[in-house]
Design a protein. Structure first.
Lengths: 270, 523
């Protein structure tokens, strides 16, 4: 029996390439001389937690087959952020939405992003059953977007997921969350917001045939005004500084000298 | 032809005996020598099992044994000087006293060139880690020979330069060792060998004299280029203490792609196509056979490809591109990669279409994966770079690093496997795997035989078989690993008697007493 429309899942995966392009964690970060930001003249790529989110959506389709009707990736950012969408499409998403912002505009904040996502979700004709997104972006480490979106939509949220099992028939999902004391399993009704943790999966490489296919997949372009939202930041960055430089160690010739040094540093009692 | 080679075959045994007879005998390090070394060096720079230092033997084991635990020395003493002057004074003393010296860098060599054969003194350069100068305009860096390759790369990174060589052992190997062994590695295709990028050297000669050729000139056409002799001499002519090397401008954008090939025969046509499409942004073209890939994945090196991408692949090729300006290059790179992908996939589509009509045009590749982020870029490289480590984890490795025509890579691996099979050695408790991987761009194949243990039977089956095989292709028995102690007997397979005779005369000229790394390179 073919599943009825009511059982089909529409999945939305917001991804971020920040600063507006997420700085890759393999690249060393340097603070700008004005201490208001970091040197962006480095390589960028998709936020790794978002990569995990895309991977999870694609795995859901592999498991649930036709029951996943659509996987849409969405990003907010300047023209170049479209590359990130192509990556998501090459990994297996069906289509993409690019909310394009001017090259010169400051990066949107979590609340702005959450409002934009809400507006996008409300525009989807078939609705959205599941939003999977990274638990945080590794550039600003805000870790707020998923939760704010759940609040705005009044949907259930399952954060820090390390396992996700969706039952489209019952319209519910079981999520294993990583919490301080270990693992916690929660059951949620769809529609649902899930934020991904590191151990949820290991994202795949994009294969050449899929990269080719991705080029033909549609990317819908929108502007913030199309969504009726304002992405102007409400926070002001006062100062960014590098962590203090690690002091080099020294060698001591004897135990006595070591103890003397430790006392001098106030690490051991006199 | 092989019958004629049998004459050479007996060379090893005979020559080992000859070594014992004709090589000068050396004096062991004594407590008096230690007393002298204590005048030259601070206490922290001397490790010795002799009184009054009395270091536990275990602390010397990292110096006495190579990292594969294949070669074992019995040295009593390791000296770790910090300056060229200290090296010079140590060497002068040893020369007077007739004490043999093994210069040691990061001890990452693969042919036993950096560990003692007997009880030679080990002179470790690991404490010489100063960067002496760097000119951000010319990109010339002058550094102590004990600088770790990766440390130099990190030093250069903010200046937008990279070292002209890169290899799997970069986190441990030292630049002096790299130069002494003329290390090749992963960037050779792009930046050429060290014979080109090393501009100058500072060497402590076997009598203690410091030969200062530490120039920073790109061009210096003034007669014999003596420094070239030390590049690849494996410490037999002197100890390199300083290196002047030309760093390359850092490519602002790099990308890589791992291609899965249905059969080995496609490697060469693919190489041609890739060269044509990518031209100057092509920076590496590495070959990995299926078994080598599986070993790497089994031992957790890098992130494995998706199952469906691996299916039906006989071998893999890792292609790296890197180029100049980021924005511009990124576009060029993507365009060219897409063009390449288009061509490769078009062939595939064409194939599907044409296959039924005429079985002519076959696809060069099954599929491939393109790295999407620097993290994936490293993960793809980790598969290739991790094979060496994976092989060591799998068992005891017989490593042959040979230069042969690229078209014969697979044949050489197959023939070696067949040889072992015919000797009944291809079984779980003897030889587990015969794998091939290497630098197609340079015609350099790493032929690795993974065994349960090093045994005389396996060695007899492999040697001189492999060397004869290489000679039959007019290849080199050592493309980039050097000769060390492992291949001295095999030198005649690649070097003719005239060349070897000249090498011996050069050795005698620099080191009349023969104290520098005896038994290495030359028998």
């Amino acid at each position: 029996m073919r599943p009825t429309a009511a059982r089909l899942l529409n999945i939305l995966v917001p991804v971020k390439r920040r600063v507006r392009l997420t700085i890759d964690y393999a690249v060393k970060i340097r603070v700008n001389p004005d201490q208001k930001g970091v040197d962006l003249n480095v390589k960028h790529s998709m936020n790794p937690f978002d990569e995990i989110a895309v991977e999870e959506a694609v795995r859901l389709r592999e498991k649930l087959k036709d029951e996943v009707k659509s996987i849409k990736v969405v990003t907010i950012g300047p023209a170049k952020a479209a590359e990130t969408l192509r990556t998501g499409l090459a990994m297996g998403a069906d289509s993409a939405i690019h909310v394009e912002t001017p090259e010169s505009s400051p990066p949107p904040e979590p609340l702005g992003v959450a409002k934009a996502l809400r507006a996008l979700i409300e525009r989807q004709k078939d609705g959205v059953d599941l939003v999977i997104l990274g638990k945080q972006a590794i550039d600003d480490d805000a870790g707020q977007t998923g939760q704010m979106l759940a609040g705005l939509l009044d949907w259930p949220q399952a954060t820090f997921a390390s396992k996700l099992v969706v039952d489209p028939t019952k319209k519910e999902a079981n999520i294993t969350q990583e919490i301080d004391g270990g693992l916690q399993e929660v059951k949620c009704k769809l529609p649902l917001i899930v934020t991904t943790d590191l151990r949820l999966n290991e994202p795949r490489y994009a294969s050449l045939p899929n990269i080719m296919k991705a080029k033909k997949k549609p990317i819908e372009k929108l502007s913030p005004s199309d969504l009726g939202i304002d992405l102007t930041p409400r926070l002001e960055t006062i100062k960014i500084t590098e962590p203090p430089k690690r002091q080099g160690g020294g060698k001591v010739e004897s135990v006595d000298e070591l103890i003397a040094k430790l006392k001098e540093a106030g690490v051991v009692g006199r | 032809m092989f019958a004629a080679r049998n004459v050479v075959r007996r060379l090893p045994q005979r020559s080992i005996r000859r070594w014992a007879h004709t090589q000068p005998t050396f004096n062991p390090v004594t407590e008096q020598d230690i007393a002298r070394f204590q005048q030259i060096l601070p206490a922290s720079s001397i490790l010795s099992t002799l009184a009054p230092i009395s270091t536990p033997v275990a602390e010397l084991s990292n110096f006495n044994n190579d990292w594969m635990n294949k070669y074992h020395g019995k040295s009593t003493t390791v000296l770790r000087p910090c300056t060229t002057k200290e090296v010079s004074e140590i060497v002068r003393w040893c020369n007077e006293r007739g004490i043999a010296i093994v210069p040691q860098g990061g001890n990452t060599g693969l042919v036993g060139g950096g560990v003692p054969i007997k009880d030679e003194l080990i002179l470790s350069l690991g404490n010489m880690t100063k960067i002496r100068s760097f000119d951000p305009v010319s990109g010339i860096i002058v550094a102590d020979s004990g600088c770790i390759l990766e440390a130099l790369s990190e030093y250069l990174a903010p200046h937008n330069y990279i070292m002209p060589l890169d290899l799997g052992a970069k986190g441990s190997c030292q630049i002096g060792g790299n130069v002494s062994t003329n290390a090749g590695g992963l960037r050779l295709l792009r930046y050429g060998s060290l014979h080109g990028s090393v501009l100058g050297l500072e060497v402590v000669l076997p009598d203690g004299t410091v030969l200062d050729q530490l120039t920073t000139l790109r061009k210096d056409n003034t007669g014999y280029d003596i420094k070239q002799l030390f590049i690849g001499a494996e410490g037999t002519l002197g100890i390199i203490t300083g290196v002047s090397i030309l760093a390359a401008p850092a490519p602002q954008a790099s990308s890589n792609v791992m291609l899965a090939l249905p059969k080995y025969e496609n490697v060469l046509p693919l190489f041609r196509e890739v060269k044509r499409q990518l031209s100057e942004i092509l920076s590496a073209f590495e070959f990995i056979d299926r078994r080598a890939y599986e070993l790497a994945v089994k031992h957790g090196q890098g992130r494995a490809l998706n199952d469906e991408d691996v299916e039906g692949a006989e071998c893999f090729v890792l292609v790296e591109t890197s180029g100049g300006k980021r924005e511009h290059d990124e576009e060029v790179r993507l365009k060219r990669f897409r063009l390449l992908c288009n061509i490769l996939t078009r062939t595939q589509k064409l194939n599907g279409l044409l296959e039924s009509l005429m079985e002519a045009d076959e696809p060069l590749i099954n599929t491939g994966v393109l790295s999407q982020s620097p993290a994936q870029f490293s993960q793809l490289w980790a598969i290739r770079e991790g094979i060496t480590e994976a092989v060591s984890k799998e068992g005891k490795a017989y490593k042959y690093d040979i230069s042969i025509p690229v078209a014969s890579f697979k044949e050489a691996v197959d023939k070696t496997r067949e040889q072992l099979r015919s000797k009944g050695l291809l079984r779980d408790d003897a030889v587990k795997h015969v794998v091939g991987y290497g630098h197609v761009g340079d015609g350099n194949l790493h032929l690795n035989v993974v065994a349960a243990a090093y045994t005389p039977e396996i060695e007899a089956a492999l040697e001189p078989f492999v060397y004869e095989l290489v000679a039959s292709y007019k290849g080199s028995i050592s493309a980039e690993h050097g000769i060390g102690v492992m291949k001295t007997h095999a030198l005649p397979y690649t070097k003719n008697p005239t060349s070897i005779e000249i090498m011996k005369r050069i050795k005698a000229l620099f080191d009349p007493k023969g104290i520098m790394n005896p038994g290495k390179v030359l028998e």
